[in-house]
Design a protein around this ligand. Structure first.
Ligand code: A3D
Length: 334
């Protein structure tokens, strides 16, 4: 499949599970480019690809969707989106659900994926979705050898979409007109920025004044946003959220492919911004044809900064745990 000359963009999805399959469907519906579904499970990605190919006839779009178990097929990809890994640690119940338990399993997978990106598509824009998100982005980045602007993580768009939805629902307005950001690490300590919420430019404060929403209701929305991933895990009974995560990652991929210069919260490499360096964490950034083109640094209040730093502290802890696994990048001498 890879030898064919094509002017279409190529999007490779590493992991063809719930989010991978949904992203492939969105790519086909939006005619974003040819899609390669990769998975370690035999036949499954090929089956999904065949099903998706048939949907193209009805959607009246023309993209090629293929499934594979061989990394060679991701050769020359323009975009790679990674969901490979586990959603729940073996032996843990729903009540004990934590993204951090996935670390030892998923870190090894990121190393493998990173090495194959380096080998087959070193010019790709890479979006990581696998949890625990921010540390997985770092592991992937190290093993892929890609420049920092070509690797980022999807979490902020999703967490912000949840925040926006709950506010829109409360105010009975379209979520499209609610601008709101969730920054920081993707975990229980993520930071929904209430102060920056607007409804088509109108500060949320105006709605509090008019009694359309109370501070207590906003506080509840902040808490529900932070726990939304767990709320869905408990309701589903197996696996975790996938529709909104897929839509979020595709929005980022589209911003890159079409050089849209969208302002989106992504897990980006920090080099001193927000007082942190040498780590990936969720911050607003401009996503365009050069990948992560600019990290936007907000002026946080001391309270907001404290919450941000606390969430970053979680990432640092996990980075230490990664070191203990001995998975760091070694220069191979062949
Ligand atoms: P799931 O449907 O289980 O799909 C994961 C796929 O990865 C499965 O098909 C596996 O076979 C495959 N896989 C396992 N090991 C490998 C490997 N070595 N190489 C290639 N593929 C492999 O899960 P999902 O799609 O629902 O979720 C995938 C990941 O996304 C999980 O880690 C979730 O925790 C994470 N997730 C993150 C967010 C964020 O906002 C960051 C949201 C939702 C889910």
């Amino acid at each position: 499949m890879t030898g064919t000359m094509t002017k279409r963009k190529k999007i490779s999805l590493i992991g063809s599970g719930m989010i991978g399959g949904t992203m492939a469907y969105l790519c086909a519906q939006k005619e974003l480019g040819d899609v390669v579904l990769f998975d370690v499970v035999k036949n499954m990605p090929q089956g999904k690809a065949l099903d998706l190919s048939h949907s193209s006839s009805i959607a009246d779009t023309n993209v090629k969707v293929t499934g594979t178990n061989s990394y060679e097929d991701i050769k020359g990809s323009d975009v790679v989106i990674i969901t490979a890994g586990l959603t729940k640690a073996p032996g843990k119940s729903d009540k004990e659900w934590s993204r951090d338990d996935l670390l030892p399993f998923n870190a090894k997978i990121m190393r493998e994926v990173g090495e194959n990106i380096k080998k087959y598509c070193p010019n790709a824009f890479v979006i990581v979705i696998t949890n625990p998100l921010d540390v997985m982005v770092k592991v992937l980045h190290e093993h892929s050898g890609l420049p920092k602007n070509k690797v980022c993580g999807m979490a902020g768009v999703l967490d912000s979409s949840r925040f926006r939805h709950f506010i829109a629902e409360k105010l009975n307005v379209s979520p499209r007109d609610v601008q709101a950001m969730v920054i920081g690490a993707h975990g229980d300590k993520m930071v929904p920025l209430t102060r920056y919420v607007t409804v088509n430019g109108i500060p949320l404060q105006e709605f509090i004044k008019k009694g359309r929403i109370t501070q207590e209701e906003i506080d509840e929305i902040v808490e529900r946003t932070k726990n939304a991933g767990g709320e869905i895990v408990n309701l589903l009974g197996q696996g975790s959220a996938y529709f909104a995560p897929a839509a979020s990652a595709i929005e980022m991929a589209e911003a890159y492919l079409k050089d849209k210069k969208r302002v989106l919260v992504c897990s980006c490499y920090l080099e001193g911004q927000y007082g942190h360096k040498d780590m990936f964490v969720g911050v607003p950034a401009v996503i365009g044809g050069n990948g992560v083109e600019k990290v936007i640094e907000l002026e946080l209040t001391p309270e907001e900064k404290e919450l941000f730093d606390k969430s970053v502290e979680e990432v640092r802890k996990l980075q230490k745990a990664i070191k203990a696994l001995g998975l760091e990048h070694h220069h191979h001498h062949h």
